[in-house]
Design a protein around this ligand. Structure first.
Ligand SMILES: Nc1nc2c(ncn2[C@@H]2O[C@H](COP(=O)(O)OP(=O)(O)OP(=O)(O)O)[C@@H](O)[C@H]2O)c(=O)[nH]1
Ligand SMILES: [Mg+2]
Length: 318
C-alpha cells in the first residue's frame, strides 16, 4: 500500500532537487576530487588527501578507513588510472555502504493503526517530519491521525495542529504537562475506533543521555504495546545532519535504548556535509527511510543509495 511507486519523471525531479540542495549545489567531494590529482595521476598521496576530505565531511574515521582501503586495493590492482576511475571506484564503495540501509518505510500487514513513534533530540525536525509524512501518506490514499505526544511545551501542540490542518488530518492532544504515554494511548484508541490506517506520534525532544526522558520513551513503547503487541510498528529517529558526528552518537544511544527500526536524516540542504549518512549506514545498519532537504511539506524524499551518491558526486567537473 505504501509507498506508492513514484513515476520516473517524479523521481528525476527529486534527484534534481537533491543535487541542487545538497550542500547548496556544490558537492563536498567532486569539486575537490578533480583538484586532488591535477596531473590526473592517482597515487597514495591522492588517496591520503581524499581520506582527509572524507573525515572533514563527517564520514567518520572508521567508515573513511573502509572506503580508503577499498580504493587502495583498486590502486594496487592498477585500476585507478585517472580521476574518472577514482570517481567510479569511490561511487561503488559509497553505494556498497549505503545500499543495505536504503530500505523504505512500508506500511503493510493487517495491523491498524500502523503506529509510527517519532523520537530525537530537540530541534532535529521531528514535528516537521511528521507533517511531511502525513502529507505523503494521505496522497497515497491512507487515513492518518497525529498524536501530540510532546506535552512539554504548549507551542509544540499548536505546531502539530497546524500541520494537521494543512493536511486535513485529525490531531489528538491533551493539555501541556499531560503524560505523553497517556496522550499516545488515547490517540491509539481514537485511531482504532475510527479505522485509521496510520498513527504518527510526536514526542518532545530529549538528549540521549537524559535517562529519565529516555525511560519515558520506553514507557510509551510499552503502553502502546499493551493494546497491540506488534506496536509501535516503527520507531523512527529523526537526526539533524548538520550535527555531524554527534548525530551518530545520538543514533547509537537511541538505538540502544529503544531498538530503532528507521532513521530520517533532515537538513541536508543546509551546511551539512552529508557524510554522516555513510557513518550511520556503516556503523549502525538501521534502515534510513527518508531524507529532509528543506522546511516545506514536499522537501522530503525516500532515501535511495544510488541517487544520494550521484548527488554527492555530481557538480564540480561533471
Ligand atoms: N532546512 C531545513 N530545515 C528543517 C528541516 N526539517 C526541519 N527543519 C526546520 O528545523 C526546525 C525544527 O524543526 P521541528 O520539526 O520543530 O523540530 P523538532 O524535532 O520537532 O523540535 P522539538 O519539538 O523542539 O524537539 C524548524 O524550523 C523546521 O522548519 C529540513 O530538512 N531542512
Ligand atoms: Mg517538535
Amino acid at each position: 500500500m505504501f509507498p506508492r511507486k513514484e513515476k520516473p519523471v517524479e523521481r528525476q525531479g527529486f534527484v534534481k532537487r537533491l543535487r541542487a540542495r545538497l550542500n547548496r549545489g556544490d558537492s563536498w567531494l567532486t569539486y575537490d576530487l578533480a583538484n586532488l590529482a591535477p596531473g590526473g595521476k592517482i597515487d597514495e598521496d591522492v588517496l591520503d588527501e581524499l581520506e582527509s576530505l572524507l573525515v572533514m565531511a563527517d564520514v567518520g574515521i572508521d567508515t573513511t578507513q573502509r572506503i580508503i582501503s577499498d580504493l587502495q586495493a583498486s590502486l594496487a590492482r592498477k585500476e585507478l588510472k585517472d580521476v574518472d576511475a577514482l570517481r567510479s571506484g569511490l561511487r561503488r564503495s559509497l553505494v556498497a555502504i549505503l545500499e543495505p540501509v536504503a530500505r523504505p518505510l512500508e506500511i503493510v500487514g493487517e495491523h491498524r493503526p500502523f503506529v509510527v513513534l517519532i523520537v530525537g533530540v530537540n530541534g532535529a525536525g521531528k514535528t516537521t517530519t511528521i507533517g511531511k509524512l502525513a502529507k505523503r501518506l494521505k496522497q497515497d490514499g491512507l487515513s492518518v491521525m497525529l498524536a501530540a505526544g510532546d506535552t512539554f511545551r504548549a507551542a509544540a501542540v499548536e505546531q502539530l495542529q497546524a500541520w494537521g490542518e494543512r493536511n486535513a488530518v485529525p490531531v489528538i492532544s491533551q493539555q501541556a504537562g499531560a503524560d505523553p504515554a497517556a496522550v499516545i494511548f488515547d490517540a491509539w484508541q481514537a485511531a482504532s475506533a475510527r479505522n485509521i490506517d496510520v498513527l504518527l506520534a510526536d514526542t518532545a525532544g530529549r538528549l540521549q543521555n537524559q535517562k529519565g526522558l529516555m525511560d519515558e520513551l520506553a514507557k510509551i513503547k510499552r503502553v502502546v504495546a499493551r493494546r497491540d503487541e506488534t506496536a509501535p510498528h516503527e520507531i523512527m529517529l529523526v537526526l539533524d545532519a548538520s550535527q555531524g558526528q554527534n548525530a551518530l552518537v545520538q543514533a547509537e544511544k537511541f538505538h540502544a535504548a529503544l531498538g530503532l527500526t528507521g532513521i530520517t536524516v533532515t537538513k541536508l540542504d543546509g551546511s551539512a556535509k552529508g557524510g554522516i549518512l555513510l557513518a550511520i549506514a556503516n556503523q549502525l545498519q538501521v534502515p534510513v527511510r527518508f531524507i529532509g532537504i528543506g522546511e516545506s511539506a514536499d522537501d522530503m524524499q525516500t532515501f535511495s543509495a544510488e541517487e544520494f551518491v550521484d548527488a554527492l558526486l555530481a557538480g564540480g567537473s561533471q
